[in-house]
Design a binder for this molecule. Sequence first.
Ligand code: URA
Length: 433
Amino acid sequence: MRIYDIILKKRNGGALTKDEIAFFIDGCVDGTVPDYQAAALCMAIYFRGMTDEETVALTDCMARSGDTIDLSRFGELTVDKHSTGGVGDKTTLIVAPIVAALGGKVAKMSGRGLGYTGGTADKLESIPGMRVTMGREEFLRQVEETGVAVIFQSGNLTPADKKLYALRDVTATVDSIPLITSSVMSKKIAAGARSIVLDVKAGSGAFMKTPEDARILARNMVAIGKACGRNMAALITDMSRPLGTAVGNTLEVIEAAEVLRGASRGDLYDVCAALATEMTMLFAGISHDEAAARVADAIESGAAYAKMKEWIAAQGGDIAWLERAKYGDGAAAAVPVVCPADGFITAMDTEAIGAASVILGAGRSKKEDAIDFSAGIIVKRKTGDRVEKGQTLACLYTNDAASAESAAKRYLDALTIGPEAPEKTELIFDIIR
Ligand code: URA
């Protein structure tokens, strides 16, 4: 078999066989397929697409390209979630303890943030003492005892994806449905959970800018996950404004704890409750209404917040800190973004708001950048809200006072303020089961 013939076949619109896909992935990992040929095949896939059979084969080969996690000791109880990434998306911090409090087993690998979307591993590390690296046996023991462990995705999981994603990033081939599907689903399959719930974001702060595009991606990922033998569901949720109010690591941990204490309701609560409900339906095999009732009860009874504390303590995190932490702790400067005119916020460029948080120090522009955990934004007014000249639209927190001016400008430029209230939009566009 020659990689040249495989590229030619896909370039001409042919469907690749399982063996051809395996040959390509093996060659990517062992270095016998050079980068230029791997990139050429990605481009051919970008233009020609893939059948479901090809995408399943690609996902399966990528999932097996490195280590896999064996969660079989937990039977049907393992459940994972994946978000396609957004601004203020701290759902894992809320959903994981809810599901664990209800008897699910959440053995989760998470990434660090790059650019305008944050990473769960960074948010967790903003808790003093919290460890996000541990050995495989310790990880599984914690899942056994506590029901939840979330660690930084390290080791040799899906090396084929690492290589291909880096190539796609520099060859304009990231936004291909079969390539995104195989990239995301291979990591989830290798991570071992029986059930997987996806949160596919749509809007100005997401990869998929419209609900229609997000729906196509979500349907594809659900179909491929099922074909790989997993129980699947996907929510398509709004990212045309930040989720909740906090953007930035420590701020988001505090907001997550508030939701679990029952002190914060709103869009973040609603998305988390919907995600936890889908996860509970899958791991417990119960109806939507039954799962939704159990989720609401886990929050109202305090069981989910108790589980959050148990989980954080198990990973060395300081519970006393969590109980007393307040917005702005650790940040030398708190700078208001002041409303320039009366009217309504009619749109938010959420990606630009994420970029403003990076300017403040809350995220990385390059992989090796350090993060200021206490930096970030508390969003006080969102799309649809009436605003008045002089009112505080957001509060910026930073330890780099010089950055606040350009971050405030970036934030303000991200808002559209007009005389009429915009039409109300959905928070959860669709659920695909
Ligand atoms: N996130 C991933 O992990 N892979 C993609 O291809 C796109 C987003």
